[in-house]
Design a protein around this ligand. Structure first.
Ligand SMILES: Nc1ncnc2c1ncn2[C@@H]1O[C@H](COP(=O)(O)OP(=O)(O)OP(=O)(O)O)[C@@H](O)[C@H]1O
Ligand SMILES: [Mg+2]
Length: 255
């Protein structure tokens, strides 16, 4: 299964959700790969921490697609993390410079081809995307079979969600008939506020696939990022960790 976490809005929890679902998957015994397609590299840092030398990864993969001759094997771009069953294909700083060349040379299917090959070595692949509908997020939605969308329970975000569902439908129709909008995941939901609950009910009333599990807000998330330790390893008993595990189980049970 290839799950992409996407929302064109920034700061809604894409990287946090991609990494923590991937970690829950690895902890459940599934061989899991996280691919970081965002030039910011937040999920790469979240899993491997700060490094003086960047690891080869997504940037090298796309650079190779522009050359007919120097195609290193993709295995060299995938790194086992400090956690069992969890590997990462890191982001790279040069991604944005590559974007225009990749687009003008029609390389949007290259990631899909690579993932089809990689699926023999992994049970689950998670893709983290940038906060934009660009070459990389489109490539990810062409390569994946499920999209999950973090939702920050904001009125403007609700309007943007309807556009996003149209984008997913268009990619499905034009490029990837397998693609399913699997879940909209309410993130950082305050315990008692009325507006978020109303917004979530509105989405459900419009038949959008809102996850049953919602994620609360906690400072443990920042600590988890800072220590480069996903929640299932940092704080297994924490409420937010248990919500992530419940979310993982919920997604896995709707095959
Ligand atoms: N459930 C949560 N509780 C507390 N903080 C959270 C939670 N989810 C995300 N955050 C915080 O919100 C910020 C944005 O999260 P994150 O980086 O995952 O979002 P993003 O959508 O990937 O952002 P970008 O669009 O920039 O890639 C981070 O500082 C993160 O620690
Ligand atoms: Mg991010």
């Amino acid at each position: 299964m290839r799950r992409v976490v996407f929302n064109q809005k920034g700061g809604v929890g894409k990287s946090s959700i991609a990494v923590n679902l991937a970690a829950a998957s690895a902890k459940a015994g599934l061989k899991t790969l996280l691919i970081d397609l965002d030039v910011q590299g937040n999920s790469t840092h979240y899993i491997v921490g700060e490094r003086s030398e960047p690891l080869p990864g997504v940037e090298d993969f796309f650079q190779n697609q522009l050359s007919l001759y120097s195609r290193e094997p993709i295995d060299a771009l995938i790194h086992q993390s400090a956690y069992d069953n969890l590997s990462v294909m890191p982001s790279g700083r040069g991604l944005l410079e590559l974007e225009h060349k990749l687009e003008s040379r029609y390389k949007m299917y290259k990631l899909k081809e690579a993932l089809a090959e990689l699926m023999s070595g992994f049970d689950r692949i998670y893709l983290d995307t940038p906060p934009a509908l660009n070459f990389f997020s489109r490539s990810a939605m062409i390569a994946a079979d499920r999209v999950v969308v973090p939702f920050d329970c904001d009125t403007f975000s609700k309007q943007a969600l309807y556009q996003l569902t149209e984008t997913v439908e268009e990619i499905k129709a034009d490029h990837n008939p397998e693609l399913i909008l699997e879940a909209i995941i309410p993130n950082q939901v305050p315990a008692r506020a009325k507006l978020p609950k109303q917004l979530i009910d509105d989405l459900k009333a419009d038949s959008l696939p809102v996850s049953k599990t919602t994620l609360s807000s906690s400072v443990v998330m920042r600590e988890s990022h800072e220590k480069a330790k996903p929640l299932v390893y940092l704080s297994p008993k924490h409420r937010l960790t248990q919500e992530f595990e419940a979310l993982f189980q919920e997604l896995e049970s709707t095959k």
